[in-house]
Design a binder for this molecule. Structure first.
Ligand code: ADP
Ligand code: MG
Length: 139
């Protein structure tokens, strides 16, 4: 399904809609170039999942864990070299324990569950600066 977003608020609204479909063990994958809106989407998703803390990009920490209605793991694979590192930092435990939100999931596509929700955000497609196309599959 393809959605159009004209603002960070509209992207957050889509995240809230998707949050309603998630349960323990759900994995949400976010891809799209730097500045596309992956973290904007993730933060809104976390909030909708009951996280009250401010959500920051986990680029340097790789995994941030938040207490929501369930544990929420916000993962950014930008700085990992290959999928095996994900096991070293406890990725498998995260999968069972709560909801995982993964930015740059393409980096670890070999180890993603087949039933993951995929979200691809495209920017710079000309209409205006805040225009994004958001492709959602697997829901
Ligand atoms: P990423 O994590 O993909 O690198 P961020 O979410 O950190 O991207 O940054 C996206 C930036 O683009 C933010 O500054 C956000 O306010 C801005 N932005 C503008 N329009 C949109 C939109 N329609 N959806 C999401 N973010 C948008
Ligand atoms: Mg980001």
């Amino acid at each position: 399904m393809k959605y159009i977003s004209n603002s960070p608020q509209e992207t957050a609204e889509l995240a809230r809609t998707i949050a309603l479909k998630l349960k323990k063990g759900s994995v949400v994958c976010l891809d799209g170039e730097l500045g596309a809106g992956k973290t904007t989407f993730s933060a809104a998703l976390c909030a909708a999942l009951g996280v009250t803390e401010q959500v920051y990009s986990p680029t340097y920490t790789i995994i941030n864990r938040y207490d929501g209605d369930l544990p929420v793991y916000h993962i950014d694979t930008y700085r990992i070299e290959d999928s095996s590192e994900m096991y070293e930092i406890g990725f498998e435990e995260c999968l069972d324990a709560g909801i995982c939100i993964i930015e740059w999931s393409d980096m670890i596509k070999e180890i993603l569950p087949a039933d993951a929700v995929r979200i691809r955000i495209s920017k710079n497609i000309g209409i205006h600066e805040d225009y994004r196309e958001i492709e959602v599959t697997g829901i």
